[in-house]
Design a protein around this ligand. Structure first.
Ligand SMILES: Cc1cc2nc3c(=O)[nH]c(=O)nc-3n(C[C@H](O)[C@H](O)[C@H](O)COP(=O)(O)OP(=O)(O)OC[C@H]3O[C@@H](n4cnc5c(N)ncnc54)[C@H](O)[C@@H]3O)c2cc1C
Ligand SMILES: NC(=O)c1ccc[n+]([C@@H]2O[C@H](COP(=O)([O-])OP(=O)(O)OC[C@H]3O[C@@H](n4cnc5c(N)ncnc54)[C@H](O)[C@@H]3O)[C@@H](O)[C@H]2O)c1
Length: 473
């Protein structure tokens, strides 16, 4: 057993842990990061990067086919082998050498192995060869262990060795057919990709598609997936799964689905089951609930950032939390003032008000803030403004027959926008404008002075404001 003492121990070197450690080191704290798999985490090797690499080529092809002149130049089919090769380059062939190099350059010390909290300010790391290192933290421990895919308790499912998002994003060959259990973000994105690669895709969804977004946006994605040839069984329970000689048979409350593979995309759980939480009186397997400075309720020294705290399972939001946590740990260690008022430097206020997300389906969905229903449930006095995105000049120029929709939600009591949703091709980049306006609490009458360039898709902003009406002085 080896023993060490440092200022800060970060457990988990995903994008979020890396950022927390980096901020702390920049503020002068001696920091160790512990990683049991690949430095870079889920996002780099089995989530954001490979999934978006898989989706990009079909998206570009469909864009080219939607513009006369360019469409005529498209003579061949999608080269799936080349898409997979490009995906492999984004995952560095599942090698973390580059990210380990970055850790070194950032002055963050890496210990490889499984980290478990073994007491107050203490983490015990067990390496693959069974040797242990006990690391004591002078100031804090950050849990940044992310999340793991759920496998629901469906008879036969575990024995059928289903794909999770890991297999779907790292596959070396495309199965002839794919059954997908779930209708959330992973399910719709992977249905989009695998259908584009030629697989017969059947989605088995116990409710409707994309429950967390505006229904009008989810409906457009469902219509498009069906038009691309995806079968979507909604309001359908999965009853039993069996692997046969040929593939898998999925019995549902509707039709039985036979497929070469089955992908389970049924949400994620915090990676806290084997983190030693029981040694400090916390429940293994549960989210680590935190205050707005990302400190675990009831502890002066324990922080949790990223997926593991369950606030927003998104890389960018976790990294935002990590920046605040790294800075506040350093401030507290130095005995400096903590800036924990809403929107202060040491709090993750945006988690409650402005979480942007892009669903990279075709069409894309880009949204920030609450949906209309969520805002009403929060008791807000809102006005909802809808506009046909396809009628904006910039959109119609970008693709022939562009179809899309936009919604802005205004808090009438405060005269500011609090939410926005766009659905259509290439809408991803529209969401940052909305995020800026929401975080900046820019009054609607001032937004009238933010003139979008003509003819861009951003002109949707002018149309939404015109539809809302110019507030009188
Ligand atoms: C298919 C898919 C696509 C996605 N696409 C997007 C997207 O486009 N945009 C987006 O914003 N988000 C996306 N997400 C979500 C995103 O991947 C996560 O929000 C993000 O990875 C969270 O980062 P994290 O650092 O908190 O956790 P992770 O990335 O999960 O990293 C946690 C790290 O901790 C390590 N670890 C865990 N336990 C221990 C332990 N006890 N000891 C040592 N190490 C440990 C793990 O090995 C891992 O490396 C996607 C998710 C999936 C599944
Ligand atoms: N583009 C992006 O930003 C992106 C892409 C992929 C994933 N992610 C993140 O990853 C997280 C996980 O994605 P996800 O799609 O797995 O989760 P999700 O929460 O988006 O969807 C889960 C789906 O599984 C279904 N489900 C849950 N339990 C079930 C059960 N027992 N049986 C059958 N169906 C069940 C739900 O009804 C839902 O349709 C998301 O929270 C998302 O934030 C983000």
């Amino acid at each position: 057993m080896t023993e060490r003492e440092v200022d800060l121990v970060v457990i988990g070197a995903g994008p979020v842990g890396e950022n927390a450690a980096d901020r702390a080191v920049q503020a002068g704290l001696e920091t160790v990061i512990v990683e049991s798999e690949l430095v870079g985490g889920e996002c780099s090797y089995w989530a954001c990067m490979p999934s978006k690499a898989l989706l990009r080529s079909p998206q570009i092809l469909s864009a080219a086919k939607a513009v006369a002149g360019a469409a005529e130049a498209v003579k061949g089919e999608l080269d799936v082998g080349a898409v997979l090769k490009r995906r492999d380059s984004f995952t560095s062939e599942w090698s973390d050498a580059g990210q380990v190099g970055w850790l070194e350059s950032a002055g963050i010390d890496l210990i490889r192995g499984h980290g478990r909290i073994s007491g107050e300010r203490e983490v015990t790391v067990t390496a693959e060869d069974g040797t242990t290192t006990v690391v004591r933290a002078r100031h804090a421990v950050v849990a940044a262990t992310g999340s793991v895919a759920n496998t629901p308790d469906i008879p036969g499912l575990r024995d059928a060795k289903p794909w999770t998002s890991r297999e779907a994003t790292s596959a070396k060959t495309i199965p002839e057919s794919l059954a997908i259990i779930g209708g959330g973000v992973v399910a719709t994105e992977m249905a989009t990709a695998y259908r584009a690669f030629g697989a017969q895709v059947t989605m088995i969804v116990r409710g409707g598609l994309l429950g967390g977004v505006e229904p009008f946006a989810a409906e457009r994605v469902a219509t498009s997936l069906r038009a691309q040839g995806v079968t979507i069984l909604t309001e359908t329970e999965t009853l039993r799964v069996e692997r046969t000689g040929e593939g898998v048979t999925v019995e549902t409350s509707g039709p039985t689905v036979d497929a070469a593979e089955v992908l389970v995309a049924a949400g994620r759980s915090p990676a806290t089951a084997d983190l030693g939480l029981e040694t400090i009186g916390l429940e293994p397997g549960a989210n680590l609930e935190v205050d707005d400075t990302l400190r675990v309720e009831g502890f002066s020294w324990l922080y949790a950032v990223g997926d593991v705290n369950g606030r927003a399972l998104l890389t960018h939001q976790g990294k935002y939390q990590a920046r605040a946590a790294g800075d506040v740990i350093a401030a507290r260690a130095a005995g400096e003032a903590v800036d924990d008022a809403p929107w202060g430097a040491h709090v993750a206020t945006a988690d409650h008000a402005a979480v942007p997300q892009v669903v990279f389906t075709d069409p894309e969905i880009a949204a920030v803030g609450p949906t209309a229903d969520q805002a009403r449930d929060q008791g807000k006095n809102i006005r909802v403004v809808d506009y046909d995105l396809g009628s904006v000049a910039g959109a119609s120029l970008s693709r022939d027959g562009y179809a899309g929709a936009a919604r802005m939600i205004v808090d009438e009591d405060r005269g500011v926008m609090i939410g926005a949703t766009f659905v259509g091709p290439d809408v991803a980049e529209l969401v940052q404008t909305a995020t800026t306006a929401i975080v900046g609490e820019v009054p609607i009458d001032r937004l009238w002075h933010a003139v979008p360039a003509y003819p861009t898709v951003s002109e949707i902003w002018l149309r939404l404001l015109e539809a809302y009406g110019r507030p009188k002085a």
